[in-house]
Design a binder for this molecule. Structure first.
Ligand SMILES: [Zn+2]
Length: 448
């Protein structure tokens, strides 16, 4: 034996020990722990505990019926929730379009506000022009008043001159010529008087010139007053025009104000509508939350029912002797216990019983149970495991074929495969192992 061969052999031994122990112990452990956890979860239901060992098929049927009902109720609740969600989505869509419409109106009101500002600016300008014009009218009125005063004064001066002339003529003629006196006194006015006083023109020359001068002053004063009154008339006309414009502008302002108010009322309506739709959404949300709570309650009930069903379905090993798994072949080629490993050449624990049987002969289920493994591994070859309940599991290795599958229910004596020499095996045989509460035990405890 070369040194290289010895190293290889050692490595092979390590590898095989790993495979033989870990590889087919792990699946069993995984299953056991899953089963343990299902037991734990059903421990809450105290009522069911008493029924554990004698659950009847009618109990199981009742549980199955309850589970179906819960599933149907859950589906219905989910459908209700979906229809609530779709109702809420359509209300939210309406809110979206209301928001869009409202925003359009808000934008429009903003342009109206800008137009309103322009109208008010224009109106302010008109008002300022009116104020200026009013000041000018006031000035014109004052000027007219002064002109009137000047005119009155000129008239008074002229009238005084006229009276003075009359007095003078009276003085001159009462003594000399009564006819002339009466002539003068019966005159119908200044022009008439001037005509009538041609006789006394020489004497009256100076006065006549004075009178004409005063008359001119009066005329000038009248003319000045007239010019002022004409310019005031123009100002008055301008005032009327401005006031007309002002009225028009105020009308525009009123119209715009009415339009803005109407649009603001529309916005108010939109806000009210959006508010009521949002209340609807809140209502939907509340109903959806209630539906979620109901779904959660149904799911909790469903979990309890499924746990109860799992508990009711929990297999219990009824006891009694196993069926001999390799019928007609009772020769034991390798027994349970410590022995020299046939291929590795070291002392090892042999955790099953090897039954020598020809390749292709039947392998039978040792007791009623459920197949929990049906596979191949390099050490076990084709193998199967059957769970008999009460944490009792049988293992069948090195088969040429396995003809059951995981989950399948089998009865004691059912054929589950054929003897072979697959995996780490020296010749056709059935390696039969038994595990109880997670550990290998001596198969003979159950075989005789
Ligand atoms: Zn063996």
């Amino acid at each position: 034996m070369t040194r290289r061969f010895a190293v290889e052999r050692f490595l092979l031994l390590v590898l095989c020990m790993t495979l033989c122990t870990a590889q087919f112990v792990l699946p069993v452990r995984a299953y056991a722990s899953e089963k343990k956890s299902s037991e734990d979860s059903s421990d809450d239901d105290d009522d069911d505990d008493d029924d554990d060992d004698d659950s009847t098929s009618s109990d199981i049927d009742e549980l199955k019926k309850q589970i179906e009902e819960s599933k149907a109720a859950k589906q219905k609740a989910n459908e209700t929730k979906a229809s609530l969600a779709s109702g809420m989505a359509s209300v939210q869509q309406i809110i979206g379009s209301l928001q869009t419409e409202k925003n359009n109106v808000v934008t429009y009101v903003a342009t109206l506000d800008a137009a309103m500002e322009q109208i008010q600016d224009d109106l302010n300008e008109i008002n300022m022009a009116i104020s200026e014009n009013e000041a000018q009218i006031e000035e014109a009125e004052e000027a007219i008043e002064k002109a009137q005063a000047a005119l009155d004064e000129a008239e008074a001066v002229r009238l005084a001159q006229y009276e003075a002339i009359k007095d003078q003529i009276h003085f001159m003629y009462t003594t000399e010529k009564n006819t002339i006196f009466s002539l003068i006194f019966s005159s119908k006015g200044i022009a008439d008087l001037l005509n009538r006083t041609q006789y006394i023109s020489r004497i009256m020359d100076y006065d006549q010139r004075k009178l004409a001068e005063y008359a001119k002053s009066v005329e000038a004063a009248e003319e000045a007053k007239k010019v002022l009154e004409e310019s005031k008339a123009k100002l008055d006309e301008k005032q009327r025009e401005l006031e007309e414009k002002q009225a028009e502008q105020k009308e525009k302002e009123d119209d715009m104000s009415a339009l803005i108010s109407a649009k603001e009322a529309e916005i108010g309506q939109y806000n009210a509508e959006i508010g009521s739709k949002e209340a609807q959404v809140a209502e939907y949300k509340k109903m959806i939350a209630e539906q979620d709570a109901e779904i959660a309650a149904i799911e909790a009930a469903l979990r309890r029912q499924q746990a109860a069903l799992a508990e009711a379905n929990r297999r219990v090993y009824g006891g009694g002797q196993f069926v001999w798994p390799a019928p007609k072949y009772t020769r034991i080629s390798d027994d349970y216990g410590m022995r020299m490993h046939p291929t590795l050449g070291v002392q090892m624990m042999h955790n099953g019983v090897d039954m020598a049987a020809p390749s292709g002969s039947p392998i039978l289920a040792a007791a009623d149970g459920q197949v929990i493994a049906a596979s191949y591994s390099s050490s076990m070859g084709n193998y199967a495991m059957i769970d008999h309940g009460s944490d009792l599991i049988t293992i069948y290795m090195h088969a040429s074929a396995i003809n059951v599958s995981v989950g399948q229910e089998v009865s004691a004596g059912d054929r589950i495969g054929s003897v072979g020499s697959t995996g780490r095996s020296t010749g056709p045989h059935l390696h039969f192992g038994v595990r109880k509460d997670g550990n290998y035990v001596n198969p003979w405890n159950y075989l005789k």
